[in-house]
Design a protein around this ligand. Structure first.
Ligand SMILES: C[S@@+](CC[C@H](N)C(=O)[O-])C[C@H]1O[C@@H](n2cnc3c(N)ncnc32)[C@H](O)[C@@H]1O
Length: 377
């Protein structure tokens, strides 16, 4: 089983928080699509004949692709790989791009899952984040998507905004539940250096919220969504049964994936590689058959640290046998010794499959728990 990630590096507007790779000028879009197609052709061997079970268009804003561009990319994927007929095909879409005609095109192309960047149902917050949509579009787009026959819908929400009151956060969560979507990803705002918020922070104009407030909002989120029938299957991801993101789950469970497009990452079990995060250089490189890709061979301890960082945040957790078979005796012993302290502190517990998972209190300090389990020798 494997997956393909396709990065579409264009957006209508720059969101004030976002440090993903994108450009707001679409001038290079036609050349970019050609280059992505060419990269897929060049990297067919990467997945070593593994069946493709998930295809994910991320960004940037993939909903900016024209019908022809989307079809041409998918056609190339099908030409080069064995794609499972039941593959999950996700398109990240922004509410302002969701309309009847686009939805028809996406369904026709084979898209069967939408990940919609709603972020908030409050106009004042959408404006503050420089989003291109308003709260009405946020509500309408899900209804339109459902009417088009795409029911596998995820929405992204952001909490931890300095001005977000507890009442507003409750209302946002309720609005998401009432929309009836089967999957919600919710992230606490991080202030990244090379973003508008990063500059505001540097000038002292933006003050991040206190950790306790973030923890309270996360707690409300977990309680409300679990009461509404969502499984908290990864630290930032909540899904109804049968609607977990297959694509993202394969990242967390260490499955191989090929990432194409500028800044996209790939993983083949042993090495991680990433494409240059520059649209012009990426296009020129691919045009001359030279992939601008950097590669990193992970040491055993780095592979183990990655495993802890990703898998311990999931509902499936980690176990000593798997650690021993993947990373050897020394690391397995190190893990056993260190996990005990986390159990004593009630941050980790054993689940019914005898796997170690984060407790409710462990989820609040997941980063710290992972760091304490890292092998640094
Ligand atoms: C790749 S982005 C999605 C891009 C999509 N085109 C959009 O504009 O919504 C994935 C999600 O990460 C979250 N995100 C990105 N930067 C963030 C930040 N600095 N803090 C919190 N969440 C962030 C947002 O919820 C975003 O929808």
């Amino acid at each position: 089983m494997s997956g393909i990630y396709i990065h579409i590096p264009f957006c209508k507007k720059a969101c004030n928080y976002c440090d993903f790779h994108f450009a707001t000028s679409v001038r290079l879009k036609p050349q970019m699509v050609e280059a992505i197609i060419q990269e897929i052709n060049l990297r067919t061997a990467y997945l070593q004949g593994e069946k493709v079970e998930t295809i994910y268009f991320g960004g940037g804003t993939p909903s900016l692709l024209s019908e022809e561009e989307l079809n041409a990319i998918l056609y190339t994927v099908y030409q080069n790989f064995e794609v499972d007929p039941k593959a999950e095909i996700t398109l990240e879409a922004n509410p302002d791009d969701i309309n009847k005609s686009h939805l028809e095109q996406w369904v026709k192309a084979g898209v069967n899952r939408l990940s919609i960047g709603i972020q908030s149902f409050k106009d004042e917050h959408l404006k503050w984040m420089n989003r291109a949509h308003n709260s009405e579009e946020a509500l309408q787009c899900v209804q339109l998507a459902n009417e088009s026959g795409i029911h596998n819908i995820s929405i992204d929400l952001i909490y931890g905004l300095p001005q977000l009151t507890p009442k507003q956060w409750q209302e946002n969560i309720q609005a998401a539940i009432e929309l009836g979507v089967p999957h919600i990803s919710a992230y606490c705002l991080t202030i990244e250096p090379n973003t508008n918020f990063g500059y505001q922070f540097k000038k002292g104009q933006l003050k991040p919220i206190d950790d306790e407030v973030a923890v309270e909002q996360f707690e409300v989120l977990m309680d409300e969504l679990q009461n509404a029938g969502f499984d908290h299957y990864e630290i930032s991801n909540f899904g109804k049964a049968g609607f977990y993101s297959k694509h993202n789950t394969s990242y967390w469970l260490d499955k191989p994936y090929l990432g194409v497009g500028p800044s996209a990452h790939s993983f083949n079990g042993k090495t991680r590689s990433w494409n240059i995060a520059n649209n012009k250089k990426y296009v020129l490189g691919v045009e001359s058959n030279e992939l601008m890709t950097e590669e990193e061979n992970l040491t055993i301890s780095e592979q183990y640290n990655d495993y802890i960082l990703t898998k311990l945040r999931t509902i499936w957790g980690v176990n000593t046998d798997e650690i021993q078979s993947k990373f050897g005796d020394t690391i397995a012993k190190y893990f056993e010794k260190n996990i005990q302290k986390q159990i004593n502190n009630k941050l980790i517990t054993l689940n019914s499959n005898n796997n170690f998972v984060l407790t409710q209190s462990g989820k609040f300090v997941a980063d710290r728990v992972c760091m304490e389990l890292f092998y640094t020798n």
